[in-house]
Ligand binder design. Structure first.
Ligand code: PBG
Length: 324
């Protein structure tokens, strides 16, 4: 027979052949694992909507981090669950706030782990918004000073990377300036540059207790229908001095990941968010899907789309499965 068509299947004949031509490979070091640190003692409390994810008091952090480190995961992102909240989110920038204490402890016990600090106010404000509120409006410029203060206190506690997530305009510039003034010129900013207002954040708000008490986040987080806006958002963060660009969520936004990857030359980070985790966990627990296969497929697709790094609640599971 004449070779009038292409035999693509030649490169798929055996496992060895397929491995030889595989274009994308996941590594445990691609993952950043989220940690929820909570005030109190001897607390390891599973988040109901996120099986396998825990709020941990400082004295219970090490067992989790030992597992993380032993799996070859080299970075964590830390969120704080404070005891007290107020209108101005004081606990976010208190030098002995829960997140500052957690960062200091992790750096003391696991100096090699790269510790990323999520820099936001919503876990610390009683209204649950990411900035200051006046007459129902989320204030932009007035919130920047508090965010910068939070970043500096986290850097002082030992954070290796500052990750501002509150979506106020100018937050990268404000934080860069404050960090530099305090001598933290070498602390990079991993900006939540492209963050959509998303129903995929639901379970996280259980984990961090950060649901907005009125309204929603649509005046500061982006409309999921928009694509060009992602480029505008990322561009301004690059100009303001961001060192990494986060796209969030990831799974429904792989087109945006690719756009950002093609447009800019900074490392791109996908945040595989809580809702993306919970739906897969639920499907797996019900026996409706093959969790392991699905997780590896999802994470590989994120890397293929352009994620250099992935913040994911699946980090431990995936690292185990990759090593098998
Ligand atoms: C704080 C913040 C949120 C997430 C990370 N940082 C929640 C939000 O914007 O409401 C969500 C992460 C997740 O869903 O896993 N602003």
């Amino acid at each position: 027979m004449k070779a009038s068509f292409h035999r693509h299947r030649r490169l798929r004949t055996t496992a060895g052949m397929r491995k030889l031509v595989r274009e994308t490979e996941l590594r445990a070091s691609d993952f950043i694992y989220p940690i929820f640190a909570i005030e109190g003692e001897n607390i390891k409390s599973e988040v109901p909507s996120m099986p396998g994810v825990y709020q941990l008091s400082l004295d219970r952090l090490n067992e989790e981090l030992e597992e993380v480190a032993s799996l070859g995961i080299q970075s964590v992102i830390v969120f704080g669950v404070p005891e007290h909240k107020d209108a101005v989110g004081s606990e976010a920038y208190h030098d002995h706030g829960i997140v500052q204490k957690a960062i200091a402890k992790i750096k003391e016990d696991f100096p090699e782990l790269v510790v990323v600090a999520d820099t936001c106010l919503c876990e610390y404000t009683d209204h649950g918004h990411c900035g200051l509120v006046e007459n129902g409006e989320i204030l932009n410029d007035e919130s920047l000073a508090l965010l910068a203060k939070t970043a500096v206190s986290q850097a002082r506690a030992g954070a290796d990377i500052i990750a501002p997530s509150n979506m106020m305009d100018g937050f990268v510039a404000a934080i860069r300036e404050a960090l530099d003034e305090e001598g933290f010129t070498n602390v990079p900013i991993m900006s939540y540059a492209v963050k959509y207002a998303s129903a995929f954040y639901g379970p996280f708000r259980d984990a961090a207790g950060s649901s907005p008490q009125f309204g929603d986040r649509k005046t500061y987080q982006m409309d999921y229908a928009n694509r060009l806006e992602a480029i505008r958002e990322a561009k301004s963060d690059v100009e303001e001095g961001a060192d990494f660009l986060i796209v969030k969520p990831t799974l429904s936004y792989l087109d945006i990941v690719r756009d950002v990857k093609n447009e800019f030359d900074l490392p791109v980070v996908g945040y595989n968010v809580s809702g993306e985790y919970s739906i897969v966990k639920a499907g797996g627990q019900n026996g409706w899907i093959d969790e392991k296969a699905l997780v590896l497929e999802m994470l590989t697709s994120m890397k293929r789309a352009g994620c250099d790094l992935i913040i994911t609640y699946f980090a431990k599971d995936a690292a185990k499965w990759i090593a098998e």
